[in-house]
Write a protein that binds this ligand. Structure first.
Ligand SMILES: Nc1ncnc2c1ncn2[C@@H]1O[C@H](COP(=O)(O)OP(=O)(O)OP(=O)(O)O)[C@@H](O)[C@H]1O
Ligand SMILES: [Mg+2]
Length: 242
């Protein structure tokens, strides 16, 4: 069986006269961590919105399993979780209540399994002791981890995270990184992560996909782009011609 979870084929996006994305193709495979990088305005969030069906492409396709995201959004996305904009919670609710409410909307979760699933998710993101506290008492890092738990509802195989480390302190970043690596290593999760924090990304990525002004400039195994002992930041600057 193929390990390809998601396939982006010749995706372009135009808005009026502007081309936001131009003929982008790549594949995401099981159990790998992909770093998605590019300067501000390169089109990363736009690409992730298209990958999750929040926005339609002008041409090209995104397929997950055998489903087209545009034509068959619900089926296509049943194995994909995402945090595209920072997760927004009703912060008077507890972490558990947030997950409980969202889980009701989820086609993959039987009501008899709901409480157990929620407990497991809270444990996987290190919030098991705080699940009954209101979200407004959470730190930013804890909210971010609740966002990860939310995106894991229904046990997806792939998580798309748009700048998940934004605003986190070094400790928060390390906690997030440990969670991501653990999920990849022990449960074969795949991740597609956009970030400007290149040192952070370098510590977890297997593969890199680099875009600039809406076009793909590089894709492949991270260690093919980054020379031994080199920082991703320097390899990235070279790619950008800086
Ligand atoms: N709804 C929209 N209408 C018009 N232009 C848009 C829209 N959304 C994004 N853009 C434009 O598309 C380009 C790519 O934006 P996008 O947010 O995808 O970039 P990004 O790579 O995520 O940048 P950043 O690193 O700053 O998050 C930008 O020039 C932006 O102004
Ligand atoms: Mg963005």
């Amino acid at each position: 069986m193929s390990d390809v979870l998601l396939k982006v084929e010749k995706v372009s996006k135009k808005m009026g006269k502007r081309t936001l994305l131009s003929d982008i193709s790549f594949e995401l495979e099981k159990g790998k961590i992909y770093g998605f990088i590019g300067p501000n305005g390169a089109g990363k969030t736009t690409m992730m919105r298209i990958m999750t069906g929040l926005m339609h492409s002008t041409s090209g396709s995104v397929r997950i399993a055998s489903y087209d995201v545009q034509a068959d959004r619900e089926k296509a996305l049943s194995k994909v979780g995402a945090i595209i904009e920072s997760p927004v919670f009703f912060d008077y609710m507890t972490g558990k209540q947030v997950l409980r409410n969202l889980s009701r909307l989820h086609p993959n979760i039987k009501s008899s399994d709901r409480e157990k699933h929620i407990e497991e998710l809270l444990e996987r993101v290190g919030l098991d002791l705080r699940g009954d506290d209101r979200v407004k008492t959470y730190s930013l890092g804890m909210k971010q981890r609740l966002g990860i738990a939310q995106s894991m509802l229904g046990n997806p195989e792939l998580l798309l995270l748009d700048e998940p480390s934004n605003g986190l302190d070094p400790m928060g970043m390390r906690e997030l990184r440990d969670i991501i690596l653990r999920l990849r290593n022990s449960e074969n999760y795949a991740f597609f992560i956009s970030s400007h924090l290149l040192d952070e990304l370098q510590q977890m990525c297997d593969e890199l996909i680099v875009i600039k002004e809406g076009t793909l400039v590089w894709k492949g195994p991270a260690d093919q782009l980054i020379e031994e002992g080199q920082r991703l930041e320097d390899a990235f600057m070279e790619l950008m011609g800086l």
